[in-house]
Every structure is written in structure tokens, then in C-alpha cells.
Write a protein that binds this ligand. Structure first.
Ligand SMILES: [Zn+2]
Length: 347
């Protein structure tokens, strides 16, 4: 048996937000077929690596297409996490030095797994354009000790209250009249879990989970880009479905959105006329493509002692999927673009 070389955060990959411009109330879906497509793309790219997927139990029960997941479990490449799937994903990746496919920033785990910060090719993601899956490394944004501590506290808060989940409801199974909650929803604070079963603490009878009905979700807004020059916010750009070309614009170049307006001439010259394209993939998520012939672009770079971006330079012409909070640094670093987009994480 070959070693596990790739771990897929299956809940993350299966989650499909309603496409932009869906009517309000369109539910979010989890489709296992998405996991199968990413697995196939991994197998094609790394034929020698064994791919393993981990899924949260709560998402397993919400899949629109459970047959594929059941087959994957039988074939042995899908594991249902008993606790938090993130923990299993990271533990397996750490043990086998495997790549991780996730949109998570794993802020809470940066100290435990230093490779999250130190190895830019360790976490990956994908974009789908006209049905075609492209895999790309996803260098995570470095976090300050304060940000890591905040993420740890947030994770603990969630773990301490596993039943406080707006999407899940339990019903007390006591006979009518035995319990105030009989037949109806049990408040989160009155639930107790024992060996995978849930109990109503008011009467000690079993509580049954009311099967999930997808809650209506607002369609995600178009991704937006906040342009900063020397740390000051200059403009906010919506990324239209046709994408956006950023660079050194001018009156005679209306197709270029100018990001150099407040730079002096020599600094502006370090940004190409056609520098960076930001497009929207089939799922409504932004994708960056560096196009500049002369200038350079970095994704979440470390800043070196000389004040310049020191790593994570984009390869010209390649697609890099972007996540909420990602930072693109253009040229020597005076122009920064902060990405914001609707997140599809089920947690
Ligand atoms: Zn009860």
C-alpha cells in the first residue's frame, strides 16, 4: 500500500454555495461529487500519492448525493470524523507529510503544526472553470501570535458547545406529558451526549435529531478587493463575473483598473500595465492570475528584513484560488490588495 500523500477536507470541498445571482433563499448544498472530482484531479497529478478524505459526521448526513460517499467509505478512502474533522485532517497530514486540500486557515493549529506557516506548498485548493478542475498551492497568510491565540480561543469555544449549532435541532422522545419538551425541540443547554446518542436532560429520555432541512442562505456577494497603497485604503473594487484587470491604467486604457494612481512615476513603473487579473470561478470564488511581463505579484508573502516581499511569488499565467482575507502584494509591496469573499465553511 502506498503512503497517504494527500488529505482532502471533504466537508469543505463538498460545500457549494448558491451561485452568485441565485434568488434569495436558495439553500447551500453539500455534493460529494465535488470531492470525487478533486480526488480524480489529484490522482492525475500525483499518480503515486494515495488520497484520503475526511468528512464531518454532520455533513455526511447532509450530502445531496450520499451513494458516492458510501462507496468511498467501502473503498476505504473516506473516513467519517467522530469529532472535529479539522483535527483528523491535520493529524493525518502531519503523520504522513501529506498535502492538505482545504479553504480553512487553521489559525488555531499554527503552533502545533509549524509546517502550516513554513511550507507554502503544503496546503492546496482548487478552482473550477467551465467544469475543469485546476489544483493550486495556497500559501496561508502568516498570523501574529495574537491572531493565533484568538483562533485557538474561538476553536475552544466551538468545541465546548458542540450542540450550539443553528442548523441542528433535537426533539425529546418522552411521551406526551412526561416532559415539558416532549415531542418538541430541546434547548441546546438541556442536551447531553452519551456514546453517540443524545438525551434530554429534563427527563433523561432519548432525544432524536430532527433531520436537516437546508436553511436558506443568502447568495454570496461578488468578491471584493480592497486596494491599499502604503497601508492606506484607496478603493474597494467589486469583481464582476467577467473578471477585472488591475495594473497601470490611464485614460487611453479603459480596460485596466488603475491601482497606481497615488504612486510616483518610478514606483508606478514597477507595476505592469496588464499586471494582475482577478477572475471568478464556477463557484463564484475569486482566482488570481499574474499577467505582468515585468512586474511581480506575491500571495500572502513574508516580508523580509529589507521590507520587501520574500516568498510566494505567483508564476505568470497560473491560476491561484483566493480565500477570504488573502493578501496580494504587487511589485515591491507598496500596493496591497486584500480579498474578501463569502465563505462556504459549514462550521
Ligand atoms: Zn425531555
Amino acid at each position: 500500500m502506498s503512503m497517504i500523500g494527500v488529505v482532502l477536507d471533504a466537508a469543505n470541498i463538498a460545500n457549494r454555495n448558491p451561485p452568485p445571482n441565485s434568488p434569495p433563499g436558495t439553500p447551500r448544498r453539500w455534493e460529494f461529487a465535488r470531492v470525487e472530482r478533486v480526488r480524480a484531479a489529484c490522482a492525475a497529478r500525483w499518480p503515486d500519492r494515495h488520497v484520503r478524505a475526511v468528512i464531518d459526521a454532520s455533513v455526511m448526513s447532509r450530502l445531496a448525493d450520499r451513494a458516492g460517499a458510501a462507496t468511498a467509505e467501502r473503498e476505504g478512502w473516506l473516513i467519517t470524523a467522530t469529532g472535529d474533522a479539522d483535527d483528523d485532517v491535520l493529524e493525518i497530514a502531519d503523520r504522513y507529510a501529506a498535502l492538505v486540500f482545504s479553504r480553512d486557515n487553521f489559525g488555531h493549529a499554527r503552533l502545533e503544526y509549524p509546517w502550516l506557516d513554513g511550507e507554502p506548498d503544503r496546503v492546496w485548493w482548487f478552482s473550477t472553470r467551465r467544469g475543469l478542475v485546476t489544483l493550486a498551492p495556497r500559501p496561508l497568510k502568516r498570523l501574529t501570535p495574537d491572531e493565533i491565540e484568538r483562533a485557538r480561543r474561538e476553536k475552544e469555544r466551538k468545541a465546548g458547545r458542540p450542540v450550539d449549532d443553528a442548523d441542528r435541532t433535537w426533539r425529546c422522545l418522552a411521551a406526551e406529558g412526561v416532559c415539558t419538551y416532549a415531542g418538541g425541540p430541546v434547548p441546546a443547554g438541556m442536551l447531553r451526549e452519551h456514546r453517540g446518542a443524545w438525551f434530554c436532560m429534563a427527563c433523561n429520555n432519548e432525544a432524536e435529531e430532527v433531520l436537516y432541512e437546508p436553511s436558506p442562505a443568502a447568495p454570496p456577494a461578488a468578491p471584493t478587493l480592497l486596494v491599499q497603497v502604503d497601508g492606506d485604503r484607496r478603493r474597494t473594487l467589486d469583481v464582476p463575473s467577467g473578471g477585472l484587470l488591475l495594473g497601470r491604467g490611464g485614460p487611453r486604457r479603459p480596460r485596466v483598473t488603475d491601482v497606481t494612481a497615488s504612486l510616483d512615476r518610478s514606483a508606478a513603473k514597477q507595476i505592469s500595465r496588464d499586471h494582475l487579473r482577478v477572475e471568478v470561478d464556477d463557484d463564484g470564488w475569486p482566482v488570481a492570475v499574474h499577467e505582468g511581463e515585468n512586474g511581480v505579484t506575491f500571495l500572502n508573502p513574508r516580508i523580509g528584513p529589507d521590507g520587501l516581499p520574500a516568498d510566494n511569488r505567483l508564476v505568470r499565467g497560473e491560476e491561484y484560488p483566493l480565500c477570504d482575507g488573502d493578501e496580494l502584494v504587487l511589485g515591491p509591496g507598496r500596493v496591497r490588495i486584500v480579498v474578501s469573499c463569502a465563505e462556504g465553511d459549514p462550521e
